[in-house]
Write a protein of this length. Structure first.
Lengths: 187, 167
């Protein structure tokens, strides 16, 4: 049983379970599924700096911080008890492309050739870790939601602005992954 | 009872902030009531890692059309979410505290386009949306703490310059 759970979970198991998070949060306490707002609450709690966007009672939204704390614990359990002993299997075309940029390691939950403390002090690592993280935080708040808030919660409630946001997420991702990332990976 | 939303509300994950709910919940809960969200988070965090949607490689495959996996996960999640929401509305299912479940409607603004494109760029570089950031830190990739702090900085800069940005 445990060895079965340690294998990667197929999309038709994981996807519906992720979808069930939507009614679970609604029924537990009328909570709207969305993770990126936790970044706003942490700013409001730690560095509000008199900015009106961060002047609100973040404690009223503290459920969201409990939720993301749980995600960290869940990540820990998935990375230890339920850890997949084998490297991730990727499309051979992707692996061939990435080998041209010195990316060979497929063990662990992140590619260690890009995201590690050693790589943080290289130009490529710095751009991808710090620069990429900044775009994620800035973009999700500007869009008013992320993959969970717009693409799952928003689309589940048939909100067309969330469809517009999701299409833009994908457009930005297609553009960067195919046309820009090769230049960044070559740094 | 009507739920009115102030014009400048663009953050649809955070309902009770800019949204003025006339019939906002008056229930006050002790902190330990929030533990149920911690457990929901644990369940969700395990899912993010075990489904490999938190994997940088799976995100690259998605954006390069080299795998169906991510489309299958997001697509089936939306289908299950939409059916669940329909059932909640159809049968007027209440929360565990007996309250009516509320849905707020979202308005289009240009932020969803500009912000969406910017987030998409970041997603392709980091291979992580906000949920996976937390899950990856838990899984032992401690350097992702730096990425999370940078995402917080991005959020802060957005808050600082929000009034100057087109919405």
């Amino acid at each position: 049983m445990l060895s079965l759970l340690q294998q990667p979970w197929p999309w038709y198991i994981a996807g519906p379970l992720i979808g069930l998070t939507v009614p679970l949060l609604l029924i537990l306490g009328n909570k709207t599924f969305g993770i990126s707002s936790s970044l706003r609450h942490m700013c409001a709690a730690i560095i509000p700096s008199g900015i009106s966007y961060f002047k609100y009672d973040w404690k009223k939204e503290s459920w969201n911080l409990f939720f993301v704390a749980g995600i960290i614990v869940g990540g820990y359990l998935a990375g230890t008890l339920l850890s997949n002993p084998d490297p991730i299997v990727v499309n051979p075309r992707l692996a061939e492309n990435l080998s041209g940029f010195g990316i060979y390691r497929y063990d662990g939950t992140v590619p260690a050739d890009i995201f590690s403390w050693q790589q943080l002090f290289t130009i490529r690592g710095l751009v991808m870790i710090v620069g990429g993280g900044f775009l994620v935080g800035f973009g999700t708040r500007y869009a008013g939601g992320c993959t969970s808030g717009h693409s799952i919660m928003g689309l589940s409630t048939l909100q067309w602005p969330s469809l517009a946001a999701t299409i833009c997420f994908m457009a930005g991702g297609f553009f960067v992954s195919n046309l820009i990332l090769p230049y960044i990976l070559a740094l | 009872m009507e739920t009115t939303i102030i014009e400048n509300n663009t953050d649809y994950e955070v309902r009770s902030l800019d949204a003025m709910c006339v019939n906002e919940s008056q229930l006050q809960h002790k902190w330990y009531h929030s533990l149920k969200y911690l457990f929901t988070g644990i369940f969700f965090g395990i899912l993010l890692v075990k489904s490999e949607v938190a994997s940088w490689f799976r995100i690259q495959e998605m954006f390069r059309l080299q795998s169906f996996h991510m489309y299958g996960v997001i697509g089936s999640a939306v289908v299950v979410g939409a059916i669940s929401v329909w059932l909640i509305k159809r049968f007027k299912i209440k929360t565990v505290y007996g309250e009516k479940i509320e849905f707020s409607s979202r308005k289009f603004n240009k932020g969803q386009v500009y912000g969406g494109l910017i987030f998409g760029c970041g997603w392709a570089i980091t291979g992580a949306c906000p949920g996976p950031l937390y899950a990856l830190i838990g899984s032992g990739a401690t350097v992702i703490v730096v990425m999370l702090l940078s995402a917080m900085a991005g959020t802060w800069v957005y808050g600082k310059f929000r009034n100057k940005l087109p919405h």
